[in-house]
Design a protein around this ligand. Structure first.
Ligand code: IMP
Length: 196
């Protein structure tokens, strides 16, 4: 089975394939499906934005489409950057500038609890929708550590492993990450759906 990933992020495509390939599911990019969809993420929840993206790509490609809407929610910032994680500080910033802004906005904060959230939604051409959520708790480090991953990985510290996401291998990250958990829950729902 082939699903189109509603995202331009190559690293998300690799992560999705790493996790779903053993189910015999191939996740292809929008480019491979011959579509290029710009979706305005106007929702205020991960669920809404994930659905908006998956539905738009399903409608454009005519194929089942899967979207992940994810982000980092920091307790002392009342859940920010949340659904605005990719746009935190404005469109002009790169990943490093965004996590530096986050550290700046948390300067002096001793309470550094945070969580990554991912909501995966798959829209089928017949109108069916499957959705699953995953969360990964952690804390925000005082300075970036590690070279791996993307986004806020260098500042997201996992106390149990005493490492940031950026210090984990892809397999280590997938085993505990919000996206790994959402995909795991999604897999269960997808298998039920396919065998109903
Ligand atoms: P989305 O593509 O709209 O879901 O944006 C999600 C944003 O949240 C990304 O651009 C990253 O800034 C951040 N994010 C989501 N998942 C991760 C992750 O696994 N590591 C680091 N940052 C992430």
């Amino acid at each position: 089975m082939k699903l189109v990933l509603a995202s331009k992020n190559r690293k998300k495509l690799v992560e999705m394939n790493d996790i779903l390939s053993h189910l015999g599911i191939e996740v292809c990019s929008e480019a491979e499906a011959g579509v290029d969809v710009e979706v305005e993420e106007t929702g205020t929840t991960f669920e809404e934005n994930s659905l908006l993206k998956a539905r738009a790509v399903m409608e454009a490609s005519g194929l089942p489409a899967i979207a992940d809407d994810s982000g980092l929610c920091v307790d002392c910032l009342n859940g920010a950057p949340g659904v605005y994680s990719a746009r935190y500080g404005g469109e002009g910033l790169d990943d490093a500038a965004r996590y530096r802004l986050l550290l700046e906005n948390m300067r002096g904060q001793m309470t550094r609890a945070a969580k990554f959230v991912s909501v995966i939604t798959c829209c089928f051409p017949n109108g069916d929708v499957i959705s699953a959520r995953g969360e990964c708790p952690g804390t925000i480090a005082y300075a970036p550590i590690g070279e791996g991953g993307f986004g806020y990985d260098p500042v997201f510290f996992v106390p149990e492993l005493k490492k940031t996401f950026a210090q984990l291998s892809a397999d280590e990250k997938n085993a505990i990450s919000h996206r790994g958990k959402a995909i795991e829950a999604f897999q269960v729902k997808l298998e039920e759906y396919l065998h109903q």
